[in-house]
Design a protein around this ligand. Structure first.
Ligand code: AHR
Length: 652
């Protein structure tokens, strides 16, 4: 019996010793605030991909409202009776097409057209919708036009009638209410009296939009962006900036001014992938540069526009176009004029346009990117041409160059020295890589040149195999990687996940940060990682070490720490990617004289099933959970769950 007791004691003690030696001891040194974290650090990257603008963030519910989709003016519409597309004498010279509806008594159904919206029109019960149309009655006598919402089972669910009596083009507006909720309703517009009317720019907006703006944004999507508290917003892309060819590149000047007269443009993502063919993907530019600046301002993000540098999208390998270097001036003028539009006095042409659109105050744009992810041996010459003209005139604008489409390799190695030589302020790096790459790269920026251009991690996401989904596995890898970005905040000054938005029925690229259908939205678990970083960015990095080393993958732990000098908080981020729970002690050292730590710790954990994602039906499967902890003296004694991301906030 005694022997057994002794044996047990030995076992227990040796067990304790093992358990103790397994406790990972981390130290946060609070001696002095370290490198500053840029207030703009964690942001968003908006591109009109996956029906992210038209059909997404932009609240317009009618697709091809102006009948100007190239070669397919009736795309999105089904007609009945006598409907003819015309393009002379319309009210908008840059969107010249309109429809002529002729109704004769023998056409009992009337003459009209049906719009399918963006994979249906999302209508909410009892919500008001704003219908509008430009119309004229050819003989100047009163004609009745019936506007109906029809549900997905073909039942009428709302109607309003308008009378068109004017011979000249005039805007008619009416409110229409949905009797039911339906994500796949349609809009019918019917001329019910005999005669001829012309219709143009047929539009339907929800009564409620973000900030209740007339040419507004979808409330829930804009709110989800605001809830990220992004520091920067990069727009309008991506490949979309470059276009399928130079003619279809994004030209910001086409996206401002009167909404109805912004010329519709093909979307770069219409037929990029053979298995994802979207001939009905165009850009109305209803969400244009003015609206992007406004949104940036609303959500507190620094606007970071990207402009074409004279290359169409290089992924087209062989079909790409490059404007000759000696013909680049109009592109450079676009950049100079954009700065004037965003920041210039209202006495100038572009500042006046901004004021006329409703924003006399400057937008205070600080960043401008030239080119998206260009490569090859010419890009630097093009960037140089822009820099030569922009720098002397606008020395305070931070110019962003590119390191190409990959995180390493020949092009990357060629471009970085060129960006240094040109003294680009920031270099945009892109990486869509497997989760393991993100884990392996937590030290990526430790050795970057502190004196060279800063890094803008402008597009990144962990892509799982065999299926790319917004799994917790991907999100956890991103969270772990971001500890390395935070630790190197003097080098990496901006970071934006990509892409941002995706319509569940019309996407080209996954994973994406936020998914939506015509009525609902889901924030991916990757979204919550971004949010945890952005809400907890702090102001200064402080060293967090284990045995004197940074914590970047040893024993599958990743950690970093910042202080928020304003709020007087220490914020620690910790990712345990191991398949076992860990006991961890974090000691807060060198507090300084008279400084005490509050006992209570606000903790947040993000934990989920590695292969699962949040869905529209189960949006809250994996979301951050907050709880309280207590400090033991100046130590945080933790039992950290396997495969979890954790944030701890301690006031001082
Ligand atoms: O984010 C999707 C695409 O990925 C972007 O348009 C492009 O810049 C990158 O190749």
């Amino acid at each position: 019996m005694k022997k057994l007791t002794f044996m047990l004691l030995v076992l227990v003690l040796s067990g304790m010793t093992t358990a103790q030696s397994q406790v990972a001891e981390l130290t946060v040194n609070l001696k002095k605030p370290g490198i500053a974290v840029q207030p703009d650090m964690y942001g968003i990257f908006f591109e009109d991909i996956n029906f992210g603008a038209d059909g997404g963030l932009y609240a317009e519910l009618v697709k091809n409202r102006s009948f100007d989709f190239t070669n397919t003016p009736l795309s999105g519409w089904t007609t009945y009776g006598l409907v003819e597309v015309r393009n002379e004498g319309g009210p908008f010279d840059r969107n010249p097409h309109y429809v002529r509806l002729t109704n004769r008594w023998e056409l009992l159904t009337g003459t009209g057209l049906i719009n399918d919206g963006f994979r249906g029109i999302g209508i909410k019960q009892n919500e008001p919708y704003r219908f509008s149309v430009y119309a004229r009655s050819l003989d100047g006598t009163a004609k009745k036009v019936l506007v109906e919402l029809i549900d997905s089972k073909n039942n009428p669910m709302g109607r309003v009638e308008i009378e068109v009596a004017d011979k000249n083009w005039k805007k008619y507006s009416a409110e229409i209410k949905g009797r039911l909720t339906d994500a796949h309703a349609r809009l019918h517009v019917t001329l019910t009296t005999a005669g001829v009317v012309d219709l143009e720019h047929i539009s339907l907006f929800p009564g409620t939009t973000w900030k209740n703006r007339e040419n507004g944004l979808r409330q829930d999507i804009a709110q989800a962006l605001a809830d990220l508290k992004p520091g920067v917003m990069r727009f309008p892309g991506g490949c979309i900036v470059e276009g399928n060819n130079l003619a279809t590149r994004y030209q910001w000047k086409n996206s401002v001014g009167q909404v109805e007269n912004r010329p519709v443009n093909e979307n770069r993502w219409n037929y990029e992938f053979k298995h994802k063919f979207f001939p009905d993907y165009f850009q109305s530019y209803g969400l244009g540069f003015y609206e992007f600046f406004l949104l940036s301002e609303d959500i507190g993000a620094e606007p970071l526009p990207v402009l074409s540098c004279g290359f169409s999208c290089q992924f087209q390998r062989g079909r790409e176009q490059v404007v000759p270097l000696d013909s680049l001036q109009p592109y450079i003028d676009d950049a100079l004029d954009l700065i004037a539009f965003a920041n210039g006095p209202v006495t100038g042409k572009w500042g006046k346009l901004r004021a006329d659109m409703g924003h006399p105050a400057p937008f205070n744009m600080k960043y401008l990117a030239i080119g998206n992810e260009q490569w090859g041996d010419q890009y630097h010459l093009y960037l140089e041409a822009f820099i030569k003209q922009i720098r002397p005139k606008y020395p305070n604008i931070k110019l962003v160059g590119t390191a190409g489409p990959s995180a390493s390799g020949e092009e990357f190695d060629r471009l970085w020295p060129q960006m240094k030589a040109l003294k680009a302020d920031l270099v945009d790096e892109h990486y869509y890589m497997p989760p393991q790459w993100f884990l392996d790269n937590a030290r990526r920026y430790d050795k970057y040149d502190r004196k060279g251009p800063k890094v803008f991690a402008g597009e990144y996401a962990a892509h799982t195999t065999p299926v790319k989904i917004n799994s917790f596995e991907a999100a956890l890898a991103e969270a772990a990687f971001l500890t390395g970005i935070e630790r190197n905040a003097d080098v990496v000054q901006l970071a934006t996940y990509a892409p941002l938005l995706a319509h569940i029925d019309a996407w080209q690229w996954n994973p994406d940060l936020i998914w939506f259908d015509n009525l609902r939205l889901v924030r991916s678990v990757n979204y919550y990682v971004q949010q945890l970083y952005s809400h907890n960015k702090g102001t200064n990095v402080v060293p967090l070490t284990r045995n004197g080393q940074t914590v970047a993958g040893e024993d599958q732990l990743y950690a970093s720490a910042v202080i928020d000098a304003g709020k007087k908080e220490v914020i620690i981020k910790l990712a345990n990617v191991a398949t076992n729970d860990r006991d961890i002690k974090i000691k807060l050292e060198n507090l300084g004289k008279g400084v005490t730590l509050s006992k209570s710790v606000k903790a947040t954990v993000l934990i989920g099933s590695m292969k699962e994602e949040n869905t529209l039906d189960e949006p809250n499967k994996t979301i951050p959970v907050e709880y309280q902890l207590e400090l033991a003296g100046n130590e945080l004694v933790l039992h950290v769950k396997k495969q979890s991301f954790n944030v701890y906030r301690i006031s001082y």
